[in-house]
Design a protein around this ligand. Sequence first.
Ligand SMILES: [Zn+2]
Length: 210
Amino acid sequence: MIRVVPDVAFVVGHTDDRPGATAVDGLTEVEWGRRVCAAAHDACALRGIRSCTLEKPPAGTYRDRLQVLTSYLNELDPALVVEVHFNVMPGHDFRGTVALHWPTSAAGELLAQEVAQRVADSIGTRARSGDGALPQARSWNGPSAVGPDGQPAPGGPPLYTLQWTRMPAIILETHFGDSADHVQAISRVSQIGEAIAAGVDETLDRLELT
Ligand SMILES: [Zn+2]
């Protein structure tokens, strides 16, 4: 039997029962993730990149769900993984795109750079933290796991999609759903999908994975 291994697996960042943050127009992260993953999948197909889209299991604790998801990803063994989210930060006027990668993964950092800058351009916003790549081992509930002194810092729950996957993986925060970027973002889903596909394409080339 011939098994076709995807070049990239897209992951919807949330689930219907835990839909994530809500944007100014009521759009939830889970719905946004589905739209963006579908657009990225279509754009990949046009480039001859094999992709698939996964959703997290609908039941269990945060840790259990991510255990199931990452075990499945490691078995599926795509070359790259991209999980899709947006941010909200009430009381601030934060804008921009960022992609989180596991701090010690150079390939993850490359993927984060290649995707974040293109997504920022497609929305018409900026890449946060320079090239948009941010080393991160914990969620936005707390500070980065790597403190200014290089030592592990306390924070929120670990980002298991980054920690437990064997392949380069990123968590893409396309924009802030409570910022002026949101109107642009929701009108440019196909362009965002194309931006992700282009970043994946470039990363596959540079890592010589195709
Ligand atoms: Zn999220």
